[in-house]
Structures are given as structure tokens and as C-alpha cells.
Write a protein that binds this ligand. Structure first.
Ligand SMILES: [Fe+2]
Ligand SMILES: [Fe+2]
Length: 179
């Protein structure tokens, strides 16, 4: 065996786990700044909720000869953004925080905007902009977390991958519409 152990010895690990058991999944080894992480996650939660609302609006308002396929895409995205919101809210609770679902200040907390758009084309473009905002902010959060909170980071990486898919879907829709 190597002289220098790189893991905490079992006794210390066991003793530490018994202290502050009320903090649940957050152990002494959690090295991220928990308050900041919860704040960032609440901003991400607001972003996802705004995206759900915007996609829903677009889903119901989509009209014209190309509307059917596009509307189906809007609805799928809305449901997936809702799934992201749920994952984020759950993680906030695990970290000992409280998910902020208040409609008050929702748009201020959100990174993405709520733009209704007049035409199908406007809607797709606005959704694409919102996805691109989400992509950049998730990437930034992932970099910020580094190795200090691998669980949150992994969750955000999964969400980021899906936002990139969304952006790609929207670009394909624009191309289908000849733009
Ligand atoms: Fe999302
Ligand atoms: Fe998305």
C-alpha cells in the first residue's frame, strides 16, 4: 500500500457522517458554497418556468399551414423544460434550500425572456434565443461548480445537453420554413 492515503480514513468518515445528520445529503465534504449554489439553481428554476410558459403560449398560438409539426415541437419542449424545473427544484431541497416558485419577480430571476411573438417564425426565433441564453448560463454554472458539487454539476450537464438539442431542433424548424 502507498504511504500516503488519499482517502479519509474510515473512522473519521464515520464520525463525520454522524455529525449534523439533519443536513441530509449535505455532508462536511461538500465543498461548494451552498448558498450561492441554491441561488444559482433558483435562477435556473425561474428560467425553466419562463421557458415552460413561453413554449405553452407558442404551442396554443401556433397557426398557419406549417403549424402542426411546429406546435408539436413546442409542446415537447414545454414538457421537457417542466422536467428540468422539477429536477432543479428537487436538488435545491436536497441542498437544504427552498425552491422559489413565486410568480413575483419570476422574470427578473429568469435568464431567458418571455416573448410572445406574432408569427410562427417569430416564435421559433424567440425560443431559439432563449435556448441559447440557457445554454450559456448552464455552461457557466457547470464551470463554476467544477468538482465542488459533482451531483449538481452532472444534473446541469444533462440539462445543458437537452437545451442544445432544443436549439438544434429549432434551427431545423427554421430551415424547414425556408429561413
Ligand atoms: Fe430546460
Ligand atoms: Fe430548452
Amino acid at each position: 500500500m502507498a504511504d500516503k492515503p488519499f482517502l479519509t480514513d474510515i473512522k473519521t468518515l464515520r464520525d463525520r457522517a454522524r455529525k449534523h445528520i439533519e443536513t441530509g445529503a449535505v455532508t462536511q465534504g461538500y465543498s461548494a458554497d451552498r448558498k450561492t449554489v441554491v441561488k444559482l439553481l433558483n435562477e435556473a428554476l425561474a428560467t425553466e418556468i419562463v421557458c415552460v410558459l413561453r413554449y405553452k403560449r407558442h404551442y396554443f398560438m401556433a397557426s398557419g399551414i406549417n403549424a402542426e409539426g411546429v406546435a408539436a415541437e413546442f409542446l415537447q419542449h414545454a414538457n421537457e423544460e417542466q422536467g428540468h424545473a422539477d429536477l432543479i427544484a428537487q436538488r435545491i431541497v436536497q441542498l437544504g434550500g427552498a425552491p422559489n416558485f413565486s410568480p413575483e419577480g419570476l422574470l427578473t430571476r429568469s435568464h431567458a425572456e418571455y416573448v410572445e411573438g406574432d408569427t410562427l417564425l417569430d416564435m421559433i426565433k424567440e425560443d431559439l434565443v432563449a435556448e441559447r441564453i440557457a445554454i450559456d448560463s448552464y455552461r457557466e454554472m457547470i464551470n463554476y461548480l467544477g468538482n465542488n458539487d459533482p451531483t449538481t454539476r452532472r444534473m446541469l450537464e444533462g440539462i445543458l445537453a437537452m437545451e442544445e438539442e432544443h436549439a438544434d431542433d429549432l434551427v431545423s424548424l427554421l430551415q424547414d420554413l425556408g429561413n
